[in-house]
Design a protein around this ligand. Structure first.
Ligand code: PLP
Length: 427
């Protein structure tokens, strides 16, 4: 079976005359040819582990591509640990949001991140990363990769160019720096990383072989931030969040150049961890409404944060839309971000008692971790997602007992405000 699903799109598919189509339009049909599936308007779910070759020579040709014997990858469907039409169409579509050359999808965000690390770091190497990172990512680096002799140096997410230079200089004394790994905004501080400064610092620090810059863009991507525009090489996504958008699947993705992602693909082919066809299909459906969902959630967040800002029971709101004019964070925001997102930190007056009273009184917002779903979610990081973080580090990161983390969904903003008003009054 020839791999017609993942052929390079012709101009006629991406343009009307000189008019370039927007990704939001292309989510409906791009990368799928109904003629290959009995005219079915939507792609069927290809529930198969393996694909039939027309001729033995085709099988050989495809395997040469899969194994890298022939450069450029495979042009045929072989086996669902390597490729599957649903996964291929999904990847063709998701990469359009950042205009990336390539996309790879995985069984979870953490599988994407771990496979990325396995592709680029070797024993003795150093990873330079911004901090904090998502807790499981920190664990992979500090607790698992360290067992294989891989070292790391970190700098705070809001670091200046000088601080980034210093981290790179330290790292170079420890071994080969093979990956720069960022997460922006950081969870739950919302601090933004200056990707442009990291790119400049890398250029100054390394003469020849530049370590790739990968960035976890889960919180703002792909609608509100496109870090490859600032010079990052690979964007990392927990597709479980905004891309999936309905809190009903777990998946991960990477976007970037073909040259870099081919290295990751080689590990994925061997190890597994590729997205399954059913989840890929659900994600394709989610992508059709990605812009609608994220736009509505972003508009809701503005209204809800305005409500919280002046409420007497609220100490402060950590929301990217409220960054102080003239501050370094606002400068990064203006250079890097296309929107303030819909996930933010609410600091209530008081401590755990007040935070719990607020959470227990919510009627519409759900008391649950995660983010980026159609429904509004609220949780207490100090008591939940970050409970295993040592107390001093929690304090340094601003993860206090009065912090409530909120991810706004697509409900009616006025209903959410009524819910939050009622919950604040219940404290
Ligand atoms: N990156 C960030 C910023 C996250 O918030 C998460 C999950 O919460 C992950 C990565 C991991 O993704 P997954 O849960 O899909 O493995």
């Amino acid at each position: 079976m020839t791999d017609n699903h993942s052929r390079k799109p012709k101009d006629a598919e991406t343009h009307i005359g000189n008019h370039k189509l927007d990704p939001s339009t292309m989510m409906m049909g791009h990368g799928y040819d109904p003629a290959l599936s009995e005219g079915s308007l939507k792609p069927p779910i290809f529930l198969t582990s393996t694909f039939v070759f027309e001729r033995a020579a085709d099988g050989k040709h495809f395997f040469e591509g899969i194994t890298g014997k022939r450069p450029g990858g495979t042009d045929g469907l072989v086996y669902s640990r390597f490729n599957n039409p649903n996964q291929q169409i999904l990847e063709e579509r998701f990469k359009l949001w950042e205009g990336s050359e390539e996309c790879l999808t995985f069984s979870s965000g953490m599988t994407a991140i771990t496979t990325l690390f396995l592709a680029f770091v070797r024993p003795g190497d150093v990873i330079v990363h911004s901090g904090p990172l998502y807790a499981a990512t920190e664990s992979i680096i500090a607790k698992i990769l360290s067992q294989f002799g891989i070292k790391y140096v970190d700098f705070p997410a809001g670091a200046t160019r000088e601080e980034i230079d210093a981290a790179l200089a330290t790292a170079k004394t420890m071994g080969r720096v093979s990956l720069i790994y960022l997460e922006s905004p950081a969870n739950p501080t919302n601090a933004l990383v200056d990707v442009e400064a990291v790119v400049a610092a890398r250029k100054a620090a390394f003469a020849n072989e530049l370590p790739p810059i990968a960035i976890d863009n889960t919180f703002l991507g792909p609608l509100w931030a496109r870090p490859q525009d600032q010079g990052a090489d690979i964007s990392v996504y927990s597709l479980t969040k905004y891309a999936g958008g309905h809190s009903d699947l777990v998946a991960g993705g990477l976007t970037g150049s073909k040259a870099l992602l081919d290295k990751v693909r080689a590990i994925r082919n061997t190890m597994g961890g590729i997205i399954d066809s059913n989840t890929a299909w659900m994600l394709m459906r989610s992508l059709e409404t990605l812009e609608l969902r994220m736009s509505r959630a972003g508009e809701n967040a503005v209204k809800v944060c305005e409500f919280f800002k002046d409420h007497p029971k609220v100490e402060t709101v950590g929301y990217l839309g409220f960054l102080e004019a003239g501050s370094r964070q606002k400068d990064i925001y203006d250079r890097h971000c296309l929107g303030a997102g819909s996930t933010f930190s609410l600091y209530l007056k008081g401590g755990e008692r007040e935070a719990f009273a607020f959470l227990d009184a919510l009627k519409i917002a759900k008391l649950a971790v995660s983010l980026g779903g159609t429904e509004t979610l609220a949780s207490a990081p100090a008591a939940m997602t970050h409970i295993s973080v040592p107390e001093e580090r929690r304090a340094a990161l601003g993860i206090s007992d009065n912090l409530v983390r909120i991810s706004i969904g697509v409900e009616k903003a006025e209903d959410l405000i009524a819910d939050f008003d009622h919950a604040l009054n219940a404290i």
